[in-house]
Each structure stands twice: as structure tokens, then as C-alpha cells.
Design a protein around this ligand. Structure first.
Ligand SMILES: [Zn+2]
Length: 173
């Protein structure tokens, strides 16, 4: 179970722990997004239990959130590329997948730019070796772009159940 914290504007901010939720509720910094959720949570917390299912709360006052600059590290690349080899489309676990430089660094490719690094399976990476994709008959399935800086995107990639609940909330608003 996860607790999604929204800004007062309903923009997703973060996923927080239950302990943090209780602290924020006690300090009256947050409110539940609907009355039914509030009743259910109040009943659960009254008997020192945690509310069931996804919990969404919003800050009562808007806070300014600086934009996060995401780096094209392995973890973020796996998120961007959906754990999928960008050449053959094979889905893999983190350990089965590698980071490939589209234009090899040894041939002038940028080592750490979003548009020059993609997730590749070992087989494609081995086949590609020190070549450009077109030299060995490989094609990128989609153009590598920077992972969006919207924090929500990252939250929802990691917590799909929160995305569903959040989409329902927006649809009802
Ligand atoms: Zn592959």
C-alpha cells in the first residue's frame, strides 16, 4: 500500500510513508482528497491500523517544488525504456539488460547524453559492439529522448496502482 502526496494544486509530489502520513495529519498539513477516504482512514487510524488500499492526500498549502534534473543513469534509462531492448524489443530484468551507447564513445558519441544511451539486451549489445546501429543492421525502435522532468511520471512508473487511483481522482474532479 502506498500513500500519494499531492500539492494543493493536485500535482503529485511524492510517495510518503505511513509514519509521515500520520505526522502530516497530526500537524494538519494535509487533507484527504475525498470524504469517504477520510472517514475510512480516520476509522483505521483510530484503532491504530493503517488504511486499506491506495491513500491520496493533498497539502493544504501549495509548496514550490524545484524541477528535478534527471540524469541518464542506468536506473532512469530502465524506466524510460520500459526494461525493453531498444533494438529487438526484448523485455528483460535489470540484470539481463545493458546500457548501450548508440554512437560508441570511442567513435565520438556522447557518454552521458539522453539521446545517445539506450537499454539493450546482451545479445544486441554484443552484436552492435563498436559499431553504429545501421552498420550492423540494427534500428532503434524509438528515438531516445530525455526522461521527462515531471516528477509525477517517475512516481507513476514505479507505482502503477497510484496512477490508476490518481486518474480516477482527476476524472471525478
Ligand atoms: Zn535486443
Amino acid at each position: 500500500m502506498a500513500v500519494l502526496l499531492l500539492n494543493a494544486s493536485l500535482q503529485p509530489l511524492n510517495v510518503i510513508s505511513h509514519r509521515r502520513l500520520v505526522v502530516l495529519l497530526t500537524k494538519e498539513r494535509v487533507a484527504f482528497v475525498d470524504e469517504a477516504a477520510e472517514r475510512a482512514a480516520a476509522e483505521a487510524l483510530a484503532v491504530r491500523r493503517l488504511p486499506e488500499g491506495v491513500v491520496i492526500v493533498r497539502l493544504l498549502r501549495t509548496i514550490h517544488v524545484p524541477r528535478r534534473l534527471l540524469r541518464p543513469n542506468r536506473r532512469n534509462l530502465l524506466l524510460r525504456d520500459d526494461h525493453t531492448c531498444q533494438y529487438c524489443g526484448r523485455l528483460g530484468t535489470a540484470t539481463e539488460l545493458t546500457v548501450d551507447h548508440v554512437i560508441p564513445v570511442s567513435r565520438g558519441g556522447a557518454p552521458d547524453r539522453w539521446d545517445n544511451v539506450v537499454i539493450a539486451c546482451r545479445k544486441c549489445n554484443w552484436r552492435k559492439a563498436n559499431h553504429r546501429p545501421e552498420e550492423v543492421g540494427l534500428t532503434l525502435r524509438r528515438k531516445p529522448v530525455p526522461l521527462t522532468q515531471e516528477y509525477a511520471h517517475i512516481i507513476f512508473l514505479r507505482y502503477p496502482e497510484l496512477k490508476e487511483a490518481y486518474d480516477r481522482l482527476l476524472a471525478a474532479a
